[in-house]
Design a protein around this ligand. Structure first.
Ligand code: HEM
Ligand SMILES: *[C@@H]1O[C@H](CO)[C@@H](O)[C@H](O)[C@H]1NC(C)=O
Ligand SMILES: *[C@@H]1O[C@H](CO)[C@@H](O)[C@H](O)[C@H]1NC(C)=O
Ligand SMILES: *[C@@H]1O[C@H](CO)[C@@H](O)[C@H](O)[C@H]1NC(C)=O
Length: 539
């Protein structure tokens, strides 16, 4: 044998090994090869899913793949998607952990609860604040009730009244902007107290600036989330795949929030909070998280948070605040926009809704004579039509319709009929698909609030159970939305305040179709409605 042939033989051996490792094993031998492919190339390359995401077509393409191939599909050599109850139970109720994908939600370079990868550290953080977001506290908090009263009666309703009365009322107003401002004022008041929260409803120029900063960052999440290693590699070479003004926008939002945190901690530590008799000024979330962290600090090195949160307590709190105000305002604003768009197409439905809202005692009718107050949370929560309208909007227009990626645990797990799935595989479900299961939600693309009205839909007990089990707008399991009760309560209050007093009509809804991605609002980012004051002579 000549010496020359040794390198040739070695090359052939390497080639054969590579073909085995990158083609034969993933397509024919790996346990993942039993799972149907969303595209023929998925066993050997992630190009298809990357390109689909880059083009913002993930939600619809994965939905189509599930319709064609069933409840578990393979998206890339190391990535899967599920869309049935079994999959949700295994992945989300089963506590599969998050990963790198969520790290772009770190703020100030430190994780918040949402972006935390591991369950142990995550649950230590969640335990500190889950009580103040529980339904019973949301429904009974004097701080939140007073904050809601001021935001609705002193800020929102006067603005809506003046646009309805204005000579130019027929031009309509951009309600997406108005609802975003309302939900932002709500959540920041609960975080920092009313005085240290935002006043976006009344400070129009500043809110435009703030929303613009916030929105400008959104298109640049692809590279850091989907190709984190390449992004870091290019960054080291001095090539930034994210424009620097995105970093600038992030810094300004961080500075704005930190400023609020500093004022709030001055308010608490200076002893002013204890003396303030106005419940609206209580910084409910901030105070609770601060005392949770102080308690954890006493445990010292015993604490599971010793290496993370406790190293940067102030920034960890600020990071949490940014996350709640971002997660809190955008999703709820989107929901309110689609809800008002839907009911604007059906005046009879608005009349029925109003009749139901006026049964509240006290109701939310604007009148010169009586004191404006907030209805009982429990009564508000028990209005069936209001609940149905909101649930159907959250189903068809889930504000987070996109995939929520998790990692399979080591050494392996089972998904549906597929066994021995190795650890470290990315797997996710998306509300967009779960909410379009035609067996559970017949004619799924149709907005039909009667699905949630048990007196009208004639559903069997089984149908109702399936409907409720598939409702996934707030996710499920240990990483489920912490703000779901807050969101339901604030949205019901906003709808009640507006639709007790006004009718709405569509003026301009071009671009109302929902975008495709993770958090998704109208493509135009706008919706123009006209408000008409209802003068009720009987009251
Ligand atoms: C209609 C309104 C809302 C919708 C549709 C919504 C939806 C969701 C979803 C789907 C998740 C899980 C996401 C994932 O794992 O990838 C989530 C998590 C979260 N949401 Fe919401 N959300 C809403 C309102 C709020 C509000 C008002 C807050 C305010 C505090 C909030 C705070 C959070 C937080 C902190 C998490 C992370 C929870 C954890 O890590 O355990 N959300 N939300
Ligand atoms: C809120 O509304 C404004 C105006 O319609 C829009 O430009 C902005 O992007 C919205 N903010 C969010 C977070 O969607
Ligand atoms: C924060 O709240 C306190 C108490 O209500 C108030 O005195 C202070 O001026 C507020 N700070 C800001 C920046 O609004
Ligand atoms: C609006 O908010 C900005 C930033 O917080 C503040 O500097 C400005 O004074 C506010 N304007 C009004 C009219 O309140």
């Amino acid at each position: 044998m000549s010496l020359l042939s040794i390198p040739i033989l070695a090359s052939i051996a390497i080639l054969i090994a590579a073909i085995y490792k990158f083609i034969v094993y993933p397509t024919l031998i790996s346990p993942l090869s039993k799972i149907p492919n969303a595209h023929w190339s998925t066993p050997i390359s992630p190009i298809w899913i990357l390109w689909t995401r880059y083009q913002c077509q993930e939600n619809r393409k994965l939905h189509a793949a599930h319709l064609k191939h069933g409840p578990v599909v393979r998206l890339a050599p190391n990535e899967l998607s599920v869309n049935d109850i079994g999959g949700l139970r295994t992945v989300y109720a089963g506590g599969f952990e998050k990963g790198q994908w969520y790290s772009i939600f770190d703020n100030y370079g430190v994780p918040c609860m949402f972006s935390t990868w591991h369950s142990r550290t995550h649950s230590a953080r969640k335990r500190m604040i889950s009580n103040i977001y529980s339904k019973s506290i949301i429904h009974s908090s004097p701080a939140l009730a007073e904050q809601a009263r001021v935001i609705l009666y002193e800020r929102l309703l006067p603005i809506v009244t003046s646009t309805a009365d204005s000579a130019r009322s027929s031009d309509g107003v951009d309600v997406h902007d108005l609802w975003n401002a309302t939900t932002m004022d709500f959540i920041t008041a609960y975080l920092f107290g009313l005085k240290n929260g935002s006043n976006f409803l009344q400070n129009e120029s500043y809110r435009r600036h703030w929303f613009q900063l916030y929105h400008s960052r959104k298109t640049y999440t692809f590279f850091p989330q989907e190709l984190p290693r390449s992004s870091q590699f290019f960054k080291r070479l001095g090539i930034n795949l994210t424009p620097t003004w995105v970093d600038d926008a992030n810094q300004e939002l961080e500075a704005w929030t930190k400023d609020r945190c500093d004022h709030t901690s001055g308010f608490i530590n200076g002893g002013f909070a204890a003396k303030d008799s106005d419940p609206a000024n209580e910084p409910v979330v901030f105070t609770t998280l601060l005392s949770g962290i102080e308690k954890e600090q006493k445990k010292g090195s015993e604490s599971v948070l010793n290496d993370t949160t406790l190293r940067f307590p102030e920034l960890s709190i600020a990071s949490e605040m940014i996350d709640h105000l971002a997660a809190g305002h955008e999703t709820s604003g989107i929901t309110m926009t689609y809800l008002s768009w839907q009911v604007s197409q059906d005046l009879a439905l608005q009349d029925d809704l109003r009749a139901e809202l006026l049964t509240l005692s006290p109701n939310m009718l604007l009148s010169a004579s009586s004191k404006q107050s907030i209805p009982s949370s429990k009564d508000l929560d028990n209005l069936p039509l209001l609940h149905a309208v909101l649930m159907e909007t959250l189903r068809l227009r889930a504000a987070i319709p996109g995939g929520q990626p998790r990692m399979t645990p080591y050494p392996s797990c089972t998904l549906g009929k597929f066994t021995e799935i190795p650890g470290g595989v990315r797997v996710g479900a998306q509300a967009h698909s779960v909410h379009r299961n035609a067996q559970v939600y017949p004619d799924p693309e149709k907005w039909d609030h009667k699905r949630w009205l048990d007196t009208e839909n004639g559903y069997s007990e089984e149908q109702r159970r399936e409907r409720d089990r598939h409702f996934w707008a707030f996710s499920s399991g240990g990483r489920m939305c912490i703000g779901s009760n807050f969101a339901m309560h604030e949205l019901k209050l906003i709808v009640a305040a507006v639709y007790s007093n006004f009718r709405t009509y569509i003026v301009k809804d071009e671009g109302i179709e929902q975008t495709d991605g993770y958090t998704c609002g109208p493509a135009s980012n706008k919706l123009f409605l006209r408000f008409e004051r209802i003068i009720d002579h009987s009251s």
